[in-house]
Every structure is written in C-alpha cells, then in structure tokens.
Design a protein around this ligand. Sequence first.
Ligand code: ASP
Length: 442
Amino acid sequence: MKKIALHWKIMIGMILGIVFGFIMTTISWGKGFTGDWIAPFGTIFVNLLKLIAVPLILASLIKGISDLKDISKFKTIGGRTIVIYVITTIIAITIGLLIVNMTKPGDGITSETIEKLTAEYASNEKISERLAEADKQKESGPLQFIVDMVPQNAIAAMSDNKLMLQVIFFAIFLGISMLLINEKHAAPLKNFFDSLNEVVLKMVDLIMLTAPYAVFALLANVVVTSDDPDILLALFKYAAVVFSGLLLMIVFYCLLVLFITKKSPLWFLKEISPAQLLAFSTSSSAATLPVTMERVEEHIGVDKEVSSFVLPVGATINMDGTSLYQAVAAVFIMQVLWPEGLTFSNQITIVLTALLASIGSAAVPGAGMVMLVIVLEAIGFPADKLPIGLALIFAVDRPLDMMRTVINVTGDATVSMLVAKSVGKLGEPHIKEWDDHYEEVK
Ligand code: ASP
C-alpha cells in the first residue's frame, strides 16, 4: 500500500479532532472528558517540541556558522535576513491597513454587540493579564530589547524557552569564536555539535510520528474551549478581513518563491505544509520551529548555513501574520470605539509600532494581543476604552492566532529560501526518514 503523506495524516487528525470536539460540546460531560483525557496528549506533544528547541538551535547554529569558513559570509546572510524581514513585515502591515480601511468591518458592529462583548469579556482575567503584561513591556527603555538579547548566564538562557534570542546570541558568539581558532582545536567541538544536530533532527522525525494524533487532541480541545458561536458570528466580518489579509500574504510568498527562487510555489507549500499545520494546531511559531527547520533543510534544500540562522531568528522577530493582524485589529477597534482617531498620521504610527511590536512579540499563543495594546497606546487610544477594545476582538482571537501563526511560519520559510538563493545555498532536498537506520538496530 502506498504510504499516506504526513501532511494528509495531520490533516485527517485535525478534521477528526474538530468533529470530535463538536460532538463533545453536545454532551454534558464532553468538555470535562476532553480536558482530562484528550487535551494532555496535545500538551505532551507541544512540550516535546519545546524540549528539543534549545538543543536544536544551539547545535544547528553552531554547526552552521562553524561550517562557513569565512565570517564575511555570515555578515551577508545576517544583513540580508534582517532587511528582508523588515520589508516583508512592512508589506504585511500595509496590506492589513489597506483592506481594513477599504472594507470597514467596524461599521457593522451595533451597540448591543459592544455591550454584549463588554459584559462577557471586559473583566475577563486573560484581558487584564494582557493589559498588565503590556504595561510591563512599556516601562522598558528603547534599547532594552538589545540588552535582553545578551545573556549573563548561558545555562540560565538555555533553561528558558522565552530566552531564545539569548541562546541565538550565545550560539553565534561561540560559532564565530570557533572560526577564529585553529581548525585542529575547533574540530572536537564541531564534531560534537554536528552529531548533536543529527540526533536532534532524528528526534524531530520521531516526534512527528505522533503529530496526527497530537493535532487531534489539540484541536478537539480548542473546539470545546471556544466561545459561543453567536458572538463569533457578530465578529465574522472582522475575522474575514484578517483572514483575507493573511491569504494575500500566502499569495505574496508564492510570488516571491516563483520569481526569486524560480521554484514551484505549489511544491513549496506542499513541502512546508506539515509545519504550517502544526503552527495552526499549536498557535506557536516557537513550538513549530524544530519542524520548520527540518522541513526547510531536508525537504526544501536550504543549506544549514542559512536556515540555522534565518529560522530561529525569524521565529522570534519576524511575524508577518501577527503584524498584519495588529494593523487590522487596531483599526477595527478604532472604527468601533474611537473613529475620530482614524487619522493618516495615526495609521503611519501603526505601521511603525506594529513593526516594532511584531519584533518584540514572543512566539507563543496570544502574544500578538499584548503587543496590540502597545500599538493602541502609541496612537493615544483612550485608556478607559482599552479593555472594551480588547473585549471586542477577544472571542475570535484564538482562531485568528492559529491562522496568523501559519503566516508567521510560512514567512520565515520563504525568507530562508530567498536568502539561501541569494548566497547560492539553495540546493536539492535530501530527505531523511526516521527509520533510515532502524534495520541496523532492530
Ligand atoms: N502565536 C503567534 C506565534 O507564535 C504570535 C501571536 O501572534 O500571538 O507566532
């Protein structure tokens, strides 16, 4: 029998999970059962992916850099990556602003809907948490994010997934220093990281064997914990605007792949699809990172010298989906609650702050909403209306988070191809299966 491709298996798992979730919402004990007996399998899967993120970044980045032989190449890769990331993010924000201004989803929101949403969510503790987190972020100075990148303790940095940029910094520093010493002395360390890298990629293959079951659990849980469908319907137009903007981004990436790398966009989407499906199911680009790296390197053919830098950095600083969402959400909230604030200069401020905010957003579920508060505050949105503003969009945040995370991951993969192409490092795929050496140890 022909093997079913991984992305189909994952897709079947997702659909079954959604159907199962809906059935469970109709049964009195369904929600409790799903939470107690199904959801933990999703959590275990996400934990496994997070577990290997730090060793993978370390090993692959150190290997990538120490293979370079020439530091100037790293400067070229680094410079191009950052420039392309900033450009794609600005394009994403601009697309968001254009469609939200053209379609005006805020105009259809009645005062009853506002009241209903406010009553339901304005004092929700998750909203208060996001507001408090935004306050904390705001207090820091303009250079704080650079200070935050430099760890004072490498082991402490590696022990916290939120400190991914610190791990990246340490790995780059170590890799560059390895290039600068005698090859003979660097060799043992290089072999160690080479080997660690191979092993961790095998761990990704093994974890992915469970992906179809894990996405079942993740999506069943999303369905049983989601909100009342009536409320979702009221926000349908807003959600549709975010969704169409995100779709346009996919088209944009496909055009880049076609015209710049000269590869088929359909092939690109097919090869990257397991990472996209996981991004959708987990709402976290950080948790998806190991899979994105495996797909981009083995299935698309981007050399590790490029992918090992572009992808981890992208997972933390390049969030095209999140920034598009921030632009649409900010303008939507203004259309409903503060139309007088919709000036041209405020929209330009949105471009700049959404750009910085998407760089600063953590790659975890719901992070985009925290930064949205900062974007709104930057344009002088009335503070007393902030909780109401967030209440307006809260009900659809989770599905939109799932979708924007897909775009975040696809954007990173696209940019890694562009950078690889520009430095002659886009080669042929070399797929490794989990059981390539299984016979030898069976
Ligand atoms: N969940 C998104 C990510 O991990 C971030 C966000 O937009 O909330 O990429």
